[in-house]
Write a protein that binds this ligand. Sequence first.
Ligand SMILES: Cc1ncc(COP(=O)(O)O)c(C=O)c1O
Length: 381
Amino acid sequence: MHIQTRTIHAGYSPQGPSQPVVSAIQPGTIFTHPEKGFDSSNGSYGYARYGNPNRNELETMLANLENGAIAAAFSSGMSAITAVFQVLSPGDHVVVCDDVYHGTRAVLNDIMIRWGLECTYVDVTRSENVADAIRPNTKLVWLETPSNPRMLICDIAKITRLVRAKTPDGAYIHIGVDNTWATPVLTNPLDLGADLVMHSCTKYIGGHSDVLAGAIISRENDTYIDRIRTIQKQTGAVASPFDSWMLVRSLKTLVARMRMHCENAIAVAKFLDSHPKVEAVFYPGLPHSPGHDIAKKQMRDFGGMVSVLFSAEKEQILKEIGSARLFKVATSLGGVESLWEHRQSSEGPRSKTPPNLVRMSVGIEHPDDLIADLQQVLDQL
Ligand SMILES: Cc1ncc(COP(=O)(O)O)c(C=O)c1O
């Protein structure tokens, strides 16, 4: 079935007469187990850190939407990403896209490298760079597309092919993709050969800026995801019953919301692209964008995120973006409301983002109203 149908029907299937159409929230932390003793396997529940019906429903839905075998839902996107790295051992090597989300870079640099992980950042827009960075001890390649905040596009299928060809005999290199910005509506990395998909469900999957959560989905039910699920349960950074229920609810409108985000984002990107106070627009939907051809191949549409370089100084940009009526100055993304932020300020002193870059999360308001709002801000810049 199409993803539009699966977002509505995957996960919960009421049986018997007079069942509620949607599932209930189960907040209980302990479950009775009179016959077998505590057993969290085979779909039975014992203790909420090990499993909960709402989390189970969310994981089933996410695995379905990403065409994966199994998923693990976490309390944030960062706890999900951290679990992926925690599977590895001291001395293992990871290859990571250079324009990675700054929080991912911070976990690698501040925590995992100190614990003995070796890490190489590469420009993954040239697929061969990934293969060239592979060493005998490489265990994981971590990609993000579109990347944050420069909207760079990497070719998941080509990178996968090159990595597989370069993998030493008897070894296996897992390829993980942070699919937060594209969502399963626009890209399915597992179908392109990746092994793991990650989501900050805080963004488009939640869609209303009111849930913090994350997830990993695996193509195979292999030992890597088994370790991730062990880390999830043992460390306890699990998605709560209420948050899981909220996300299942949000997923039902994901396709409709993404359609509107994409329509608005291309309208905003085109408007900005022709404006004299704009130096550059980063949006893979623009035909002259460097990643456009690959994006057309691996995405069903181009997403709701737009980054823009204004022809103005940092101080002036910081002052003027606050004068927008609709675009709220706030970090994060993926909610129904439009946001923008001076990205370098949000990323802090180690940021590599240009000082005149503003990152926009284009919401689902009427596009004419959004463009009128941008027009009045740009008139003052
Ligand atoms: C691409 C990407 N990955 C991961 C994260 C981290 O997710 P969370 O904030 O849910 O921990 C973010 C958050 O902004 C993100 O944009």
